[in-house]
Design a protein around this ligand. Structure first.
Ligand SMILES: NC(=O)c1ccc[n+]([C@@H]2O[C@H](COP(=O)([O-])OP(=O)(O)OC[C@H]3O[C@@H](n4cnc5c(N)ncnc54)[C@H](OP(=O)(O)O)[C@@H]3O)[C@@H](O)[C@H]2O)c1
Length: 283
């Protein structure tokens, strides 16, 4: 019987993949690192198993119970080594859908793209059929990075200038991943999931209209932004990656518009307005 292991199930995409697969009546196995989150109430409609990428026993146990995997490499300096260990133990796995990044390249000088490139190479070398999803910037990042300052100061801060960047709802990525996990014919493809293009003044205006109070965007100096993230207890290696990404967006780099996500979904993508309507209480 088919059973799909969902990694990153407590994160921004995996939670929606699980929800979608359960709705389709698929046998699912939630791979959960935090034992408190293994609580039956959180995963009542799915089997769940302890899974920590730093614990090989837990990887082997989780993989032995499934025949397909939704793989979310966490953003971590050891992610490439951790994922290579996971992939090398996928003896009984028949298919993978893996979250990647646009421009993933094992020779890149930018750590994030190098890690994703190395993971992609390891999966291709394993010969396990895999579909890669390279999504745009998540709307959900605004919950993670901006909700507190919006609540307390009616303001959000990024060192991004006001150039447009492509953005997408992880709800849509989750629905696409769930479809690809149950449908044949996509293995070997990398889908660049561009979303809609927004700049931060447009985002501020949508926040203002939805929250019913004026929300300002401040294009903060990168040094000040680093101080802010350090206060949020974000590790320095991660801050350096965010600063590089923000500088690239400010310089105009963004995932080029395409129809791939819309075609895979067979519907329009969720807009930032819809995302905010569904997550208003988090701001
Ligand atoms: N953010 C974006 O805009 C964006 C855009 C394109 C691509 N991506 C890619 O999306 C991926 C996910 O990003 P993210 O990390 O920010 O997502 P996230 O939503 O924070 O998810 C990370 C998940 O990985 C789990 N995890 C972390 N370390 C683990 C470990 N040692 N063992 C088992 N599970 C572990 C976390 O579990 P816990 O709950 O236990 O921590 C969580 O469920 C990354 O590969 C990133 O490059 C992100």
């Amino acid at each position: 019987m088919e059973k799909i292991l969902i990694t990153g199930v407590t994160g921004m995409i995996g939670s929606y993949v699980l929800q979608n697969l359960i709705q389709k009546g698929i046998n699912t196995l939630a791979g959960v690192r935090n034992s408190k989150k293994l609580d039956k109430n959180l995963f009542s409609n799915s089997d769940a198993v302890y899974l920590d990428y730093t614990k090989t026993d837990s990887i082997e146990k989780a993989l032995s119970l499934a025949n397909k995997v939704f793989l979310v490499p966490p953003m971590h300096p050891d992610t490439s080594a951790m994922m290579k260990n996971v992939i090398s133990r996928m003896k009984s796995i028949k298919a993978i859908v893996c979250i990647s990044a646009s421009g993933a390249d094992a020779n890149s000088t930018f750590p994030l793209l190098r890690w994703h490139g190395e993971i992609k190479e390891a999966i291709i070398n394993s010969k396990i059929p895999c579909t890669f999803l390279a999504p745009a910037h998540f709307y959900q990042n605004y919950i993670q990075f901006c909700s507190e300052s919006i609540r307390e100061e009616d303001t959000f801060y990024f060192p991004q200038g006001n150039t447009k960047k492509s953005m997408i709802d992880t709800y849509d990525i989750g629905e696409i991943a769930a479809k690809l996990l149950v449908k044949d014919g996509h293995a070997g493809n990398t889908y660049n999931l561009a979303g809609y293009d927004y700049d931060n003044l447009e985002i501020a205006s949508i926040l203002t209209n939805t929250l019913g109070k004026e929300i300002k965007y401040i294009d903060i100096d990168p040094i000040e932004y680093k101080k802010m993230l350090l206060e949020m207890k974000i590790p320095e290696w991660k801050i350096e990656i965010f600063l590089k990404l923000n500088a690239a967006w400010k310089a105009g780099s963004r995932l080029k518009s395409n129809e791939e996500a819309k075609l895979l979904l067979n519907r329009e993508l969720r807009s930032f307005e819809e995302f905010l309507g569904n997550n208003k209480e988090k701001f």
